[in-house]
Ligand binder design. Structure first.
Ligand code: GLU
Length: 277
């Protein structure tokens, strides 16, 4: 299998040094392995993602010296694929409609007997089919949540056997329990980052997912989805996050660290890459 990795930005702003580091890390890994490098636009948030940021990302990455395969996949053109994933999860009986408001969920968490952390672990009693149908018919808003309890039932021993390889660390148990019942879609948005990333990594034959360590804790959820959907589990490498002089992560609001501004100030691609060392 050809080593294949990707950089998957969301075009909600200009690229900053942190993104550039992530893109460069994945690109360099592909080059060293003689493999493939893919650029994917994760633009399912059609309100926050903008074509001008998409265009700026392509331009900034090319300026930095990256090359990627064409065509670039834009997730916003494939909502139908993601609807199909949600439907498969519905057929497997592992997702449920949750009509609770944010406030009701926080109250439930506070009431939970052994409640730790701030994750939702599902309703005490499943909603009756009649009540569910009535609330849907009444047009109430809801989220589709992944039920960890149902996943355990459906997967049996495969649930506890879930593992992934983290490069440099070896095999890690994929325990999605700390995340609780995660929202995978909403009434009006039939997908989420989790569905889209897992679907597209498999579709595009990604053998190595290289991304920031901030996404490490979500990996067990992604492995669970891969297991439920019979998709291959890629190798993961979660890299350190680049920080500024104060030790803080670069954020989109930090304009001074965008490639645009640094480039306008006279920095060269080599200057930028020197900051990754
Ligand atoms: N689109 C995600 C982001 O902008 C990255 C997803 C990933 O690498 O898995 O943070």
């Amino acid at each position: 299998m050809t080593f294949t990795t990707r950089f998957a930005p969301s075009p909600t702003g200009f690229l900053h040094l942190g993104h550039a580091f992530s893109a460069w890390t994945a690109f360099s890994a592909a080059r060293e392995a003689g493999g493939r490098f893919i650029l994917r636009m994760e633009d399912i948030d059609t309100v926050r993602c903008k074509p001008e940021f998409d265009a700026a990302i392509l331009e900034d990455l090319a300026w930095l010296g990256l090359e990627w395969e064409e065509p670039v996949r834009r997730q916003s053109a494939h909502f139908g694929d993601f609807d199909g994933v949600l439907q498969r999860l519905q057929e497997r009986g592992v997702v449920y409609r949750c009509f609770k408001t944010r406030r009701e969920i926080l109250e439930d968490i506070a009431r939970a007997p052994h409640g730790v952390g701030d994750v939702y672990r599902g309703p005490a009693e499943p909603m009756s089919a009649d009540e569910e149908a009535a609330r849907v018919a009444a047009g109430e808003a809801y989220a589709w949540r992944l039920s960890l309890a149902r996943c355990r039932d459906v997967l049996g021993p495969r649930f506890a056997a879930m593992r992934f390889v983290e490069e440099g660390r070896g095999e890690i148990i994929a325990d999605p329990d700390p995340l609780g019942d995660v929202v995978l879609a909403r009434k009006d948005v039939g997908t989420s980052y989790h569905i889209a990333v897992v679907h597209d990594d498999a579709l595009q034959g990604i053998t190595h997912v290289i991304r920031g360590v901030d996404l490490f804790e979500l990996t067990p959820l992604h492995v669970l989805l891969q297991t439920l959907l019979d998709l291959p589990v890629p190798v993961y490498r979660h890299h350190r996050l680049l920080t500024d002089a104060k030790g803080e992560r670069f954020a989109k609001r930090n304009k001074a660290a965008t490639l645009r501004v640094m480039r306008a100030a006279g920095e060269t691609p080599a200057d930028i890459r020197a900051r990754f060392a």
